[in-house]
Design a protein around this ligand. Structure first.
Ligand SMILES: [Zn+2]
Length: 409
């Protein structure tokens, strides 16, 4: 089979290590959005883009884009450069460096028509909101959204942060309809599916939707010593029973990969000698099939009615976030599979993504695809996050080859 990709594996690893050195923390990095280390990482990228024949630009929300005048079809590729707090070195940078490498290989090659353009989307990790950078680019972020955004750790407003880093008042880059044939993103898997299955490349079929609920229990606050058990209306106990009931009932009708989590429980007033009069849980369901979510949503509400029927506590289910699953484009999936056949011995696997990524936002306006590389022990959002060097290079080969393939269609 002819060799085509021409990735420089040492260059890819050196770039990733250069980004790891900026804001290094233990074996990972600490780069919250608009921190000094995040901004230096964006500057690093802007310094590299001209090597790929790309003109670098940072916009009014902190997105870095590298664009070219080269004629022919254009593929957009990228990921993000900020990190979760005290987290890993590959979540984000891997996809940005692969995109940069694809542009360096493809753009100067006069035998290839078209080019790869590179993006680093700001705040994918959600320090200020949900996908603010990529949503801005697709036209799904208003000025009022930016006014309302604040850093979940420091409380600094997004407006202040933009002033602090010198981006206030700058125009926001918007997608040009028809400019790109699609968007390709690479990412570490952040799970163990590839490693445990001995596969090198994940071909993402869809990115799950996230549905989030606030479930509120109201009973009667009372004295923990003098109130007889039979007379109690304990909202905390009702909540605990409800959690257990969810785990009993959901498996009857969920899908093979549905996951659900009670991430936070609050008891009111939350004191050892007081029977809780109120209780609240934040509950999340993820799946890539909206029909399954609909069934689980119905079940959750009917369970709430059943729980309220004994008269002890009322249960209120409020849906506070819905996210449609994003389907990845079939042509992109086939291109990744074909590239895996050449450069990963065909060791690939179609799989949904349980984590959110910018590709789900880009997928709302153009065909999108994603590929995963294995995460050692499935660890991510931790400084021990890692991928074997050989797997990083294999992923780069597959990524660049898939870009070539997509541009030639
Ligand atoms: Zn990420």
């Amino acid at each position: 089979m002819p060799d085509r990709s021409q990735v420089d594996g040492a260059r890819v690893l050196a770039d990733l290590n250069a980004l790891r050195a900026i804001g290094a923390y233990k074996t990972g990095v600490h780069k919250p959005t608009f921190s000094e280390s995040h901004m230096r990482s964006l500057e690093w990228l802007m310094g590299r883009l001209p090597e790929a024949g790309l003109a670098p630009e940072i916009d009014g929300i902190g997105n870095v884009l590298g664009t070219t005048e080269k004629s022919g079809p254009k593929l957009l590729a990228g990921s993000h450069l900020e990190s979760q707090n005290f987290a890993g070195w590959l979540d984000g940078p891997l996809g940005v460096v692969y995109a940069l490498e694809a542009a360096r290989v493809i753009n100067p090659d006069t035998n290839i028509k078209g080019a790869v353009e590179v993006a680093a989307w700001c705040d994918e990790e959600g320090h200020f909101g949900h996908f603010l950078g990529s949503r801005s680019y697709v036209g799904a972020l208003t000025e009022a959204d930016i006014d309302a955004a604040t850093d979940r750790n420091s409380g600094r407003t997004m407006r202040q942060a933009l002033r602090d880093v010198g981006l206030a008042g700058r125009a926001r880059a918007m997608a040009e309809p028809g400019r790109h044939l699609g968007y390709l993103e690479a990412h570490i898997e952040q799970g163990e599916t590839l490693e445990s299955g001995g596969r090198k490349i994940g071909v993402v079929t869809s990115i799950v939707g996230i549905w989030q609920y606030r479930i509120t229990f109201n009973g009667q606050q009372n004295h923990a010593g003098t109130t007889r058990m039979a007379a109690r209306r304990d909202a905390g106990l009702a909540l605990a029973k409800f959690c257990v009931a969810i785990d009993d009932r959901f498996p009857e009708i969920c899908g093979p990969r549905t996951v659900w989590t009670t991430g936070r429980i609050t008891l009111n007033p939350g004191a050892p000698s007081i029977i809780p009069g109120g209780a609240e849980m934040l509950f999340q369901i993820r799946d890539d099939d909206p029909r399954i979510i609909d069934r689980l949503d119905d079940l959750l509400r009917s369970m709430a009615l059943q729980f309220g029927a004994d008269g002890r506590c009322t249960v209120e289910v409020e849906r506070i976030r819905t996210g449609s699953p994003a389907l990845m484009d079939e042509t992109f999936q086939r291109a990744i599979e074909a590239a895996s056949a050449r450069f990963a011995g065909g060791s690939c696997l179609r799989m949904p993504s349980g984590a959110g990524h910018d590709a789900q936002v880009l997928a709302t306006i153009m065909p999108a695809g994603m590929l995963f590389v294995p995460s050692i022990d499935g660890i991510s959002h931790h400084w021990n996050e890692n991928t074997a060097d050989a797997d990083i290079v294999t992923g780069a080969e597959v990524f660049v080859e898939a870009c070539r393939d997509l541009l030639s269609k």
